[in-house]
Design a protein around this ligand. Structure first.
Ligand code: ARG
Length: 460
C-alpha cells in the first residue's frame, strides 16, 4: 500500500525499505505532547474563525486529548507506514472520532506543524535546563560562601601562580554558568515565535488568525514570512550552540575535579555515591561523573556541526533534509539534562581538603608577586623587584625553603630594602586579603560577590 495521506497520485506502493528509510516515527514520537498541543490550538482557532463548527472542534479536541492519554499510557501502536508523529496522531484521532478527524489538517501542512512542534519542544527544554542551571549555580554559590576563606593555589599554565580562595574559584565557575543562562534566555526569544499558518510554504487560503494561535500556544508572536518559517532551523542551531558552550564550561569544571581528586593534587573529596570503583584494582575510586561529562561534551559539539552542515546551502523552503534535525537536537537536550543534573546533585557535596590546598599554595612560591609588590611600595622599580624576588626563589628552591620560611638576613642578601614587616605580605592570608577590590580574591570580596550572585539567582 501507499500512504493514505498522500497516496492519491501514486501508481505503485512505496518500496518497503524506502518507507522505513524515510520514516521519522522512531525518533519524532517524543514530540507527541507538543504536536497535540499545537493541533488543539489550531483546531480552536479554526473554530473561532468559522472554518470548523463548534461541534467539530469539540470532537477533535476531546479526541486529541484521548489520543494523548493513550500514548502516555503506552497504548499507541506507532506505524512506520504512517511516517511520522503527525500522521500517526491524525490517524489515531480519525480512528477514534471518525471522519471529522480528517478536518484537523485544514489550513495547515506538516511543514509548519513540525516547525511549531520543535519550537515548543525546544522552548520547554530551555525552561527545564534553565532550572537545572539555577540549581547548579545555587550549589556553587553556597559552597563558595562556605569556602570563602579557604586558600588554594591559583594557577596559570597549570603552574602555581598566586594564592586564591577556593570560594573565588567556585564563583568563577558560577560566572561562566551565569552567562550560559543568559544566552539560553536570549535564544528563547527567537525560539518562541510561531510558524503555524505558513502551511506548506506560501500560507493558506483560509481566514486564519495566526495571532490567536500564537496566543493559545504561549508564543510571543507569529513569524513574519511563510517561506522562512517552514525552512530555517537557525533557532535549533542557536540552542545547540548555547548547549555546546554549557558543555564546554562543564568540561572545564570536570577537568579540574578530576585533577583535584587525584592523589597528586588531593584537593577535594567527592562522595562515594558520585564515584565508581575498578573491577581489578581494589583501591580505586574513580571520578566517573566529571569524566563522563567531559567526554559527553564531544557529542554536543558534534551535533552543532551536524546541524550547521544540515542547514548549509538548503534552498527555500522546506526540504526533507530537515527531518535530520531531530536526533542531534534531542541528544543535545538529553546530554545537557543529564550532565547538569549530575553536576547540580554533586557540587554541594564537594569536600575541600583545606590543609592540603593550603600547603600546596605554600609550596609553589605563590606569594612571590606579593614580595615584588612589597619592594615596589618601598620605592623599587617593578622590573628590579622582579629580579630580586626571582633570585630569592632560586635560593629557596636550592635550600628547600618557602619565602616565608627564610630569615630576615637570608632575604636581605637580595635587597637591603627588605625589613621585618615583609613577613606580613609573605603569608597566604595576607596575600589574598590584599586583593580587596571588586572581582578580587579577598575573602571579604568573595562573600560580597556570592551575595550578589544570590540576588541575581533569586531574581530569575
Ligand atoms: N517528518 C518531517 C520532518 O521531520 C515532517 C515534515 C514532513 N513534511 C513533508 N512535506 N514531508 O521534517
Amino acid at each position: 500500500d501507499t500512504n493514505a495521506a498522500w497516496g492519491g497520485r501514486f501508481a505503485e506502493a512505496t518500496d518497503a525499505f524506502v518507507a522505513e528509510f524515510t520514516a521519522s516515527i522512531n525518533f519524532d514520537q517524543r514530540l507527541y505532547r507538543h504536536d497535540i498541543e499545537g493541533s488543539i490550538a489550531h483546531a480552536t482557532m479554526l473554530a473561532e474563525v468559522g472554518v470548523l463548527t463548534e461541534a467539530e472542534r469539540k470532537a477533535i479536541v476531546v479526541g486529541l486529548e484521548s489520543v494523548r492519554d493513550d500514548i502516555a499510557a503506552g497504548r499507541q501502536k506507532w506505524s512506520v507506514a504512517l511516517e511520522d508523529v503527525h500522521m500517526n496522531v491524525e490517524a489515531a484521532l480519525t480512528e477514534k472520532i471518525g471522519p471529522v478527524g480528517k478536518k484537523l489538517h485544514t489550513g495547515r501542512s506538516r511543514n509548519d506543524q513540525i516547525a511549531t512542534d520543535i519550537r515548543l519542544y525546544v522552548r520547554d527544554a530551555i525552561d527545564g535546563l534553565g532550572a537545572e542551571l539555577t540549581r547548579l549555580q545555587q550549589g556553587l554559590v553556597g559552597l563558595a560562601e562556605q569556602e570563602a576563606d579557604t586558600i588554594m593555589p591559583g594557577f596559570t599554565h597549570l603552574q602555581t601562580a598566586q594564592p586564591v580562595t577556593f570560594g573565588h574559584h567556585l564563583l568563577a565557575w558560577n560566572e561562566m554558568l551565569q552567562r550560559d543562562f543568559e544566552r539560553l534566555r536570549d535564544c528563547r526569544k527567537r525560539v518562541n515565535q510561531m510558524p503555524l499558518g505558513a502551511a506548506a510554504l506560501a500560507g493558506t487560503t483560509y481566514p486564519i488568525d495566526r495571532a490567536r494561535t500564537a496566543e493559545l500556544l504561549g508564543f510571543e508572536k507569529p513569524t513574519e514570512n511563510s517561506l522562512d518559517s517552514v525552512s530555517d532551523r537557525d533557532f535549533a542551531i542557536e540552542f545547540t550552540h548555547c548547549g555546546a558552550l554549557i558543555m564546554m564550561h562543564l568540561s572545564r569544571m570536570s577537568e579540574e575535579l578530576v585533577l583535584w581528586t587525584s592523589a597528586q593534587f588531593d584537593f577535594i573529596d567527592l562522595p562515594d555515591r558520585f564515584c565508581t570503583g575498578s573491577s581489578i584494582m581494589p583501591q580505586k575510586k574513580n571520578p566517573d561523573v566529571p569524566e563522563l561529562v567531559r567526554g559527553k561534551t564531544g557529542r554536543v559539539y558534534g551535533h552543532l556541526t551536524s546541524l550547521l552542515t544540515l542547514m548549509k546551502s538548503q534552498p527555500l523552503a522546506y526540504n526533507k533534509d530537515n527531518q535530520e534535525d531531530k536526533e542531534p537536537l534531542f541528544d543535545t537536550i538529553d546530554t545537557l539534562a543529564g550532565s547538569l543534573r549530575a553536576f547540580a546533585d554533586m557540587v554541594p557535596h564537594i569536600q575541600a581538603k583545606r590543609n592540603v590546598m593550603k600547603s600546596a599554595a605554600i609550596r609553589g612560591y605563590s606569594t612571590a608577586t606579593d614580595l615584588a609588590d612589597y619592594l615596589v611600595k618601598k620605592g623599587m622599580a617593578f622590573r628590579d623587584a622582579h629580579e630580586v624576588v626571582g633570585k630569592s626563589v632560586a635560593y629557596g628552591l636550592d635550600q628547600g625553603k618557602d619565602l616565608s620560611e627564610m630569615t630576615l638576613d637570608e632575604l636581605k642578601q637580595f635587597s637591603q630594602t627588605i625589613t621585618e614587616d615583609v613577613f606580613e605580605v609573605l603569608t597566604l592570608e595576607g596575600s589574598v586579603a590584599a586583593r580587596d577590590h571588586l572581582g578580587g580574591t579577598a575573602p571579604i570580596q568573595v562573600r560580597a560577590a556570592a551575595g550578589r550572585a544570590r540576588t541575581r539567582l533569586a531574581e530569575r
